[in-house]
Design a protein around this ligand. Structure first.
Ligand code: G3P
Length: 495
């Protein structure tokens, strides 16, 4: 009898496979990195074949580590870096170009034009998103316009578009299924958020022919079965799909309205469950689909800060003041405070709630006495402040305070960062036992989709390992807040 769920977490820098037993334990895990391509400043590409190869390696290695026979996989769950855009030839399955990655800014000018032409309110009302190069829509049009013959072929129905979930479904089903889940579809700037269907007017505005679009499916349902992939037997159901941030929200068991999580990776992504109605933000957040299960849609507010862990990498690679990213905690602990230094890590512009593409990373408050330790501490504070900005916007938009913040992602092992987060945001930060919430969420969705009821144990794994309660005194916090606000003002490209 099949006893395991395979979760594939296809992220921006690597692909992780998890083999999860029906009582919720991860019995095998493997991560494979793959190359990043930067053909021009601000451009980021992935080679779909390299992504696929990394998935194959991770699945094989995770199965080997778990000593699990592939025949014992009952269901597959997929979670993925969102917005990253692939176009492939329907007949051969071959991508027509490298994927344009979510971080890629090449369509920023198109977005500026759309905004200048006054389309922002309509796009926000229909999709819940702001107009930004981050989302897939303008990336699809770019590929159609810049790959020779692509637009004409698309009009003839010869090309298929997908975010990475759809590309993996295509590969895993031997090309039989062209589908994307609703959470990924909600990141394209082409899906009507209330109706959960492609919006013809937006497709026209962004110049994306309907013929390339996949079918939109739920987050926990069988969308197809494996066929002809070789390393897995035919017939395994793909039973759960969600974008990685939504999968983490699910994996953290944020099932109640107002429940919020933040994932600290390269960037920081905070999501709050807002229930069955798509509320709209007036404070710079986006509205997105959290999941659709059994026909019922749950929505979320999302705020993304593009640089979080990447700021620590910059301390390591750009400044050379630490050797390993994890050393930042020890260095920052050498001082009791940042001594008036504030660092806005806007190293790739500012995302939510500012959406300022031209903002620059900014350090203020330096003196002769400033050391690397002060800078390390200011970096951790800067990450915590970025997340505080997101939570503040959520509190205003949802009209409910965030009192508990569930956290995950590699950086949450940093106890000092977690304590600073609790102090700065005045929330109780809850770190789960197993911080791999994204993969766990995909496994849980697949378990639900395949009807494997024993998987309720996975929810139990979301249980809290450590709580960080706010400790800092109010005067000290107020001084830090005012320094942060001042520094953000200086980092911005416009007032
Ligand atoms: O929206 C982009 C996000 O899904 C990427 O996540 O974890 O792959 O950096 P990650």
């Amino acid at each position: 009898m099949a006893k395991y769920v395979l979760a594939i977490d296809q992220g921006t820098t690597g692909s992780t496979a998890l083999v999860v037993s029906l009582d919720g334990k991860t019995v095998g895990r493997h991560n494979t990195e793959f190359p990043q391509h930067f053909p021009k400043p601000g451009w980021v590409e992935h080679e779909p074949r390299e992504i696929w190869a990394s998935v194959v390696t991770s699945v094989n290695q995770a199965l080997a580590a778990a000593k699990v026979d592939p025949k014992d996989i009952a269901a597959i769950g997929i979670t993925n870096q969102r917005e990253t855009t692939v176009l492939w030839d329907r007949a051969t399955g071959e991508p027509i170009a490298r994927a344009i990655v979510w971080q890629c800014r090449r369509t920023a000018d198109v977005c500026d034009r759309l905004k200048a032409d006054g389309h922002e309110p309509r796009v926000r009302e229909r999709t819940g998103l702001v107009i930004d190069a981050y989302f897939s829509g303008t990336k699809i049009a770019w590929l159609l316009d810049h790959v020779e013959g692509a637009r004409a072929r698309a009009e003839k129905g010869e090309l298929a578009f997908g975010t990475i979930d759809a590309y993996l479904v295509h590969r895993l089903t031997g090309g039989a299924v062209h589908a994307t889940d609703v959470t990924n579809a909600s990141r394209t700037m082409l899906m009507n958020l209330a109706r959960i269907e492609w919006d013809p007017e937006l497709c026209k505005l962004l110049r994306v022919p309907a013929s390339v679009l996949p079918k939109i499916v739920g987050s926990a349902e069988v969308v197809g079965t494996t066929r002809g992939v070789g390393f897995l037997p035919d017939g395994i159901p793909i039973a759960g799909i969600a974008g990685d941030q939504q999968a983490a929200l699910f994996g953290q068991a944020c099932f109640g309205e107002g429940d919020a999580k933040c994932t600290y990776g390269t960037g920081a992504f905070a999501l709050m469950n807002i229930g069955p109605r798509p509320l709209f933000s007036t404070h710079g957040l986006v509205t997105t689909v959290a999941w659709r299960i059994g026909g019922e849609v749950t929505y979320a507010f999302e705020g993304s800060a593009f640089i979080a862990g990447a700021a620590v990498q910059w301390l390591r690679d750009g400044l050379g003041i630490i050797r390993h990213a994890k050393d930042v905690e020890e260095l920052a602990r050498k001082v009791e405070s940042s001594d008036g230094v504030a660092f806005v890590p806007a190293l790739a512009g500012l995302g939510a709630p500012y959406w300022d593409q031209g903002a620059r990373g900014t350090i203020v408050g330096l003196t002769r006495g400033t050391t690397a330790a002060h800078l390390a501490r200011a970096t951790l504070e800067g990450i915590a402040f970025e997340v505080w900005d997101l939570l503040e916007a959520m509190t205003k938009d949802a009209k409910r305070e965030v009192v508990r913040l569930r956290v995950d992602g590699g950086a949450v092992q940093n106890d000092l960062l977690m304590q600073l987060q609790a102090d700065i945001a005045q929330v109780t930060v809850e770190r789960p036992l197993d911080i791999e919430s994204t993969g766990r969420g995909a496994a849980m969705l697949a378990a639900v989709g395949a009807g494997l009821t024993e998987m309720s144990a996975l929810t139990a794994l979301a249980k809290v390992e450590t709580q960080f309660a706010p400790k800092v005194g109010q005067p000290e916090r107020a001084a830090m807040l005012s320094r942060w606000k001042d520094a953000v003002g200086r980092a911005r490209s416009k007032a």
